[in-house]
Design a protein around this ligand. Sequence first.
Ligand SMILES: NC(=O)c1ccc[n+]([C@@H]2O[C@H](COP(=O)([O-])OP(=O)(O)OC[C@H]3O[C@@H](n4cnc5c(N)ncnc54)[C@H](OP(=O)(O)O)[C@@H]3O)[C@@H](O)[C@H]2O)c1
Length: 233
Amino acid sequence: MNQLIITGASSGIGHAIAARFLAAGWRVLNLSRRPCPEPGVENLSVDLESPASLDALAETLPERIAVEGRICLVHNASIMRADRIDALPDDDLRAVLELNLLSPNRLNQLILPHLGAGSSVLYIGSTLSEKAVPGAASYVIVKHALVGMMRATCQDLAGRGIHTCLICPGFTDTPQVRALIDGHPETLAAITAMNAFGRLITPEEIASAVAFAAESPMLNGSVVHANLGQRER
Ligand SMILES: NC(=O)c1ccc[n+]([C@@H]2O[C@H](COP(=O)([O-])OP(=O)(O)OC[C@H]3O[C@@H](n4cnc5c(N)ncnc54)[C@H](OP(=O)(O)O)[C@@H]3O)[C@@H](O)[C@H]2O)c1
């Protein structure tokens, strides 16, 4: 049976991706602190910001990796902090790097040896993987870095029948974004005015882009924007 291994499926986009693959008959293993609410998803609890927690995961993960079928590894977990390049203490940046860059790298080291032909390594970026806005410095830094990690994945795994791409959502209706907009209709209006359709993306739409990417080796090495068309003013 094919297996989805995904970080951050306890919420939002990750939850929708897990539900989508489960419905398509894949086995799904979620890695996050809280379990995925979707019945049928397997969970391993891990704090991806903590090297010690990843050490513990390294003991239990190998026996949970499927030995037959294709594997789709989705690096999705992330947090967005409000910070600025002129007020960004090392420790704050280090914590964001641990979660967004070092944990995908650690998981790659653990899981890539198990990937056979037809498998994929998908990274979840952001519109901010290729542009910056004020007040999101650490997020902009790590989301740009994921472009490089994905391109290195493409180059270094060439010939193994494994493909990779970076899927970059625009504003999507998840708990993270709801926390910003609830009770603030002006924020919702400002956010939705940033794309050509004037609405938030649904997590299910991003999940369908991820499912398409998993089945699409021709996308290997691509940055795929899924943002309803950013309006440039
Ligand atoms: N929503 C948007 O508008 C938007 C736009 C562009 C890109 N994205 C990207 O899409 C992805 C998902 O975002 P979302 O909006 O769905 O976020 P979300 O609802 O806040 O979910 C974030 C997920 O990351 C996990 N996570 C966070 N810190 C973790 C930690 N230390 N250890 C383990 N897991 C951790 C959370 O799990 P636990 O809390 O259970 O650990 C949760 O499942 C992210 O990469 C985000 O950057 C989102």
